[in-house]
Design a protein around this ligand. Structure first.
Ligand SMILES: [Mn+2]
Length: 289
């Protein structure tokens, strides 16, 4: 099992100095850094190569996280928008190969957050699956796995449960298209988190972890049963990454998108945040062996 963390934990606004975060997370004991996939389009090829060298030197890998804007919705009713979305994600995947990143994770099957204007779930499903089939082929050629994130009802209408995710993957039927489950979302939607993980089984390609309120694993009073979550991962022989995605800081563009309206501990200074991430990593490793 590899352990990772999303860089945004230390930021108020999207984007950051990934060279700094690569060094930081390696020092804290993590194996992988999750970066913003869209940011890769703003980096030069040389910048991406440099980041790859830094990661190789530190022995860490990168996953790339995306929640595409509506103009890139691969499930849009407009063929031109779907085409633009496919092109956008293919461009990102091409950049990922320069960085040496092989996991594109997030809500790539539609746009995020959803605006709930179009509630034709079946239509969205069909268009989205067709686009993702095309994207999965491109991913396969590049050795990239797309991990589609199952998110709660307030963020999409398409994939809210592991069962829907598995059905969608079977519909797309592409070895490079898998699922991303997230304990925060599962805590809202699933009857039982370990059962949802077992149901996802071989389709699970990536896992986001956080407490019910998106604090770090083990931060505050933990209401999730991490030991049972760990057992379920072992039951399915999960060998992907377990990536913390803490959202605890109010007052920036990240908080606005995630809807964090109060401080959940995120106003701590950087060294305190480092220490808390280190403690959370120890907590996770104790529970998910
Ligand atoms: Mn997530």
């Amino acid at each position: 099992m590899k352990y990772g963390i999303f860089y945004e934990y230390w930021e108020k606004d999207w984007g950051g100095d990934y060279r700094k975060y690569a060094a930081k997370i390696a020092e804290l004991g993590f194996d992988c850094l999750e970066v913003g996939a869209g940011d890769l389009l703003d980096m030069s090829k040389d910048g991406l190569r440099e980041l790859k060298r830094i990661g190789d030197g530190l022995g860490i890998s990168y996953s790339a996280n995306i929640g595409p804007a509506k103009e890139y919705d691969v499930g849009s009713r407009e063929a031109s928008v779907r085409k633009k979305g496919i092109r956008f994600l293919e461009d990102i995947m091409d950049r990922m190969t320069v960085l040496g990143s092989d996991k594109l994770v997030g809500v790539q099957y539609s746009f995020w957050p959803y605006d709930f204007e179009d509630l034709d779930k079946e239509g969205l499903w069909a268009r989205s699956a067709e686009s993702v089939r095309t994207l999965g082929k491109h991913a396969g050629e590049l050795g990239i796995t797309m991990c589609l994130e199952v998110v709660n009802r307030f963020e999409t209408i398409l994939l809210n449960t592991a069962e829907e995710g598995v059905r969608y993957c079977e519909d797309v039927n592409c070895p490079n298209v898998k699922l991303l489950l997230d304990t925060f979302h599962m805590n809202i939607e699933e009857d039982d988190i370990p059962s949802a993980i077992r149901l996802a089984g071989r389709h699970l390609g990536h896992l986001h972890v956080g407490e019910n309120n998106r604090k770090l694993p083990g931060q505050g009073i933990s209401t999730l049963d991490w030991r049972l979550i760990g057992e379920s991962l072992h039951d399915i022989a999960y060998d992907g990454a377990v990536v913390m995605e803490p959202f605890i800081t109010a007052g920036g563009s990240i908080a606005k998108d995630i809807k964090v309206w109060r401080d959940l501990g995120g106003s701590a200074d950087e060294s305190t945040k480092d220490e808390e991430a280190r403690i959370a990593l120890r907590f996770l490793k104790e529970h998910i062996r």
